[in-house]
Design a protein around this ligand. Structure first.
Ligand SMILES: *Cc1c(COP(=O)(O)O)cnc(C)c1O
Length: 395
């Protein structure tokens, strides 16, 4: 009998023993404050649906209308026969919303990072990357073939020291990359400091605003707006699958960058376009964000309330400055046990362990949304208090 696949079962068993095996739940309902998960109705603390747009009737109607007008599938990559009027409309609307010269839409935030980074730098170049950057940045950087130098998390001085240590003349081009909001801890990159370093050394600066848009800045315009740094971040990555509630991603920046990505962005050239339904739903999302700050305000009210109550109960919610609320537990098996107990009591809060977060920093990550009502947050707090006491995490 062949044993060439035995290693997979061994590795899977290892994951289970270490409490690092991903138990993937299946959802039988639309996204919202409550979900049907594995057949059970539970309070949802897991989604990136910050503004509750994922099941908003205005987005659903826009998607249906676009299917009637443009059909179900794009049938081509964008550079051959796949670029719809809708794609160009979304790109123009996003540019206006973000205060950027232009944008280019991709199929996801992940694809946007892969496409942008690999088109901007290559094997003769260097990337300075925050040590906690998202996996799609790391993969994009690797794909580019550039030398990757990591710097200490959110530390602009460390970044500058690193830049000085590398001999800049040994490279053709250089690029600094950081997440805007870090998805596991909810802390915010020190953007003005990063901009200052990038400008002093004349290095391109890229910020991934996946968890910042719809959350930070005026009406959710993102981290650049939050810090009033318009025109000083060369490349912004966005996702349409978090606050925008749909799926897709984009790159925002100067016209020539977007033009270059239209020519050289590999996921743009070699993977089929976003569907018409997704694109139209995203445009409806931009409409909503531009028309009112109500959802963004509610998100922040909910986040402030939940975080202060969790602290009052005695939980450690880390260093979050955003609606991302990590409930720090340390041990991966404890985090999994906590998550199972929450689920038994009707609360869906996912345990997150290595390699998504460092060893010993396992947690339940609570994602607060504008879709939550105060009573929902009350139910969540009550359940966290009960399970926390049972498992000896709080007194
Ligand atoms: C979620 C996320 C992505 C990926 O976005 P998708 O649209 O889901 O592919 C990229 N970067 C960061 C920082 C993210 O948090």
């Amino acid at each position: 009998m062949s044993t060439k696949l035995q290693w997979i079962s061994d590795e899977l068993n290892n994951l289970k023993q270490q409490g690092l095996y991903n138990n993937i739940r299946t959802i039988g309902s639309p996204q919202g404050a409550w979900l049907v998960v594995d057949g059970k109705r539970v309070l949802n603390f897991c989604s990136n649906n910050y503004l509750g747009l994922a099941n908003d009737p205005r987005l659903r109607d826009a998607a249906k209308k676009a299917i009637d007008e443009f059909g179900a599938g794009p049938a081509a990559v964008r550079s051959i026969a796949g670029t719809l009027t809708l794609h160009r409309e979304l790109e123009a609307r996003l540019a206006e919303f973000k205060g950027a010269e232009a944008t280019i839409a991709f199929q996801s935030g992940f694809a946007s990072n892969l496409g942008a980074i690999s088109a901007l730098v290559g094997k003769d170049d260097v990337i300075f990357s925050d040590e906690l950057n998202h996996a799609s940045i790391i993969d994009g950087a690797r794909l580019s073939g550039a030398r990757i130098v990591r710097y200490a998390h959110n530390d602009a001085n460390a970044l500058e020291d690193t830049i000085k240590k590398e001999s800049r003349d040994a490279y053709r081009r250089a690029l600094i990359i950081s997440d805007g909001v870090f998805s596991m801890d909810g802390d915010i990159a020190p953007l003005p400091d990063l901009v200052a370093v990038a400008e002093r050394h004349d290095i391109m600066l890229m910020i991934d605003d996946a968890h910042g848009e719809g959350v930070l800045g005026r009406g959710g315009r993102g981290i650049v707006d939050h810090f009033k740094m318009h025109g000083r971040v060369d490349i912004e990555i966005g996702t349409l699958s978090k606050a925008f509630g749909v799926v897709g991603g984009y790159v925002a920046g100067k016209k020539e960058i977007v033009e270059w990505l239209n020519q050289r962005g590999r996921p743009f050239l070699f993977s089929s376009a976003l569907t018409a339904a997704d694109t139209a739903a995203c445009i409806a999302g931009v409409d909503i964000l531009e028309s009112s700050t109500e959802l963004v305000d509610k998100l922040w009210d909910n986040a402030r309330y939940f975080k202060s109550e969790m602290k009052r109960l005695g939980f450690d919610t880390g260093k979050s400055e955003t609606p991302i609320t990590p409930v720090m537990l340390g041990d991966a098996p404890l985090a999994q046990k906590f998550s199972r107990a929450l689920f038994d009591d009707g609360v869906f809060g996912m345990a997150i362990g290595y390699p998504t977060v460092p060893q010993g920093k396992a947690r339940i990550r609570v994602m607060i949304s504008a879709a939550h009502a105060r009573v929902d947050l009350g139910k969540g707090l009550e359940t966290f208090a009960k399970v926390g006491k049972e498992l000896g995490v709080i007194k």
